[in-house]
Design a protein around this ligand. Structure first.
Ligand code: ATP
Ligand code: MG
Length: 366
């Protein structure tokens, strides 16, 4: 899978960009705040992932009303032209080969990317939300049905939270509570089922990556942690649904008293252990970075197994934060697919890597 060409209009700090990429390595160089991350963000956007922006309108250039992205790519031996038109205060329009798409999830079905950025180096240390986001971003790209269930679950969660919060002043709001619990159990069961299966695949892939990475010294272990009453998270969603619903019903009074959604997949976590110790609490700085990289590179392997080819790998500023041995490990591990790597001028990554070098200044390739 690769992106051959990209065109941007009024995307972030790019007024207009046209670029042709190398099928293997693309090094994006430039000083701070010139548009390196923005370029990776544009590529990631075409794969249906928004990693930085909460809202599409943040992607549109300041003072302008619309932005346009167009990528020409090759996936599964076919050519695609993906386009996105973003408007302020209007729905976005997405197209593949001129045909309208319903959602960003459909972009993921065509084109996939794995992004690794400096914040990810701390994936292990952060709260559970960061690891849930990692799982969600991966699974959304692999399974469109998951993306739908996730959007539905979030919508219901926010609505139910508002009901619980406002119920003291307006008790009649509670009449609809059971309906929301039912919907959340339904969507939640789908989330748990897919997360459990994805973690199972991570368990088959990540420990080997981590072992190589640590020179054969460390053993990584992963475990999916979800609602306590779910006996088998890998079971069919229908079974999980019944257990979730029972749990919510048992906690109905507690939810009303605390005015919060108490249990559900919104509290899930991915437990990471290194040599039997909880990584979040005991791992060293270097170990947490190694484990985080292992998870991301394992995700890339899983995408490859699924699609039959590697997703595009986007490495934002991470190499400069690693020691030379780990840099070399990453560079050896990422052979085989297309990769974009950002760096600052003085890193001299271009010499290390070869490939095509783009120098970015003030939202332009120079
Ligand atoms: P660093 O090396 O510091 O990571 P970078 O080259 O990755 O820098 P970017 O994150 O790509 O920098 O951002 C480049 C510039 O784009 C920033 O100065 C930022 O303020 C600007 N920018 C971000 N969003 C918009 C927008 N919607 N409109 C115009 N400019 C924007
Ligand atoms: Mg950057």
């Amino acid at each position: 899978m690769r992106i051959d060409a990209l065109e941007l209009d009024f995307f972030r700090n790019y007024v207009h960009l046209e670029a042709d990429f190398d099928p293997a390595v693309n090094v994006i160089c430039g000083d701070n705040a010139q548009g390196k991350t923005n370029l990776l963000e544009a590529i990631a956007y075409l794969s249906g992932v928004s990693h930085r922006a909460r809202y599409d309108k943040e992607l549109i250039q300041f003072g302008v009303d619309r932005a346009f992205l167009k990528g020409e790519l090759t996936a599964r031996g076919r050519n695609f032209v993906l386009e996105a038109e973003l408007h302020r205060g209007q729905r976005k329009a997405l197209r593949s080969n001129g045909v309208k798409l319903k959602s960003a999830a459909e972009l993921s079905g065509i084109f996939q990317s794995v992004l690794f950025c400096p914040e990810d180096l701390y994936l292990i240390r952060e709260g559970a939300a960061a690891r849930r986001k990692f799982l969600d971003d991966c699974i959304c790209q692999l399974r469109p049905r998951y993306a739908e269930a996730l959007a539905e679950y979030r919508r219901l969660y926010e609505h139910k939270t508002r009901i619980l919060r406002d119920s003291e002043e307006k008790p009649s709001l509670l009449d609809t509570l059971d309906e929301f619990s039912l919907g959340m159990a339904k969507a939640g069961a789908v989330l748990i089922h897919y997360r459990a299966h994805f973690v199972k695949r991570l368990r088959e892939t990540a420990p080997a990556v981590h072992r190589d990475f640590s020179g054969g010294r460390e053993q990584l272990e992963l475990r999916y942690e979800t609602v306590s009453t779910v006996t088998d998270p890998e079971a069919a969603p229908r079974e999980i649904f019944a257990q979730l619903l029972a749990h919510q019903e048992a906690h109905r009074a507690a939810e009303i008293a605390s005015r919060q959604c108490l249990s559900g997949p919104h509290k899930d976590d991915l437990i990471v252990e290194i040599d039997g110790n909880l990584a979040k609490s005991f791992a060293s700085q270097g170990q947490t970075r190694t484990a985080a990289l292992s998870l991301k590179l394992a995700a890339r392997e899983i995408f490859q197994q699924d699609a039959g080819e590697y997703p595009v790998l986007l490495l934002d500023d991470v190499l400069s934060e690693l020691d030379p041995r780990r840099q070399e490990f990453v560079l050896n591990r990422i052979q085989g697919g297309q990769v974009f790597i950002t760096c600052c001028e003085d890193d001299r990554l271009d010499r290390l890597l070869g490939g095509k070098v783009f120098r970015i200044a003030e939202g332009r390739v120079i």
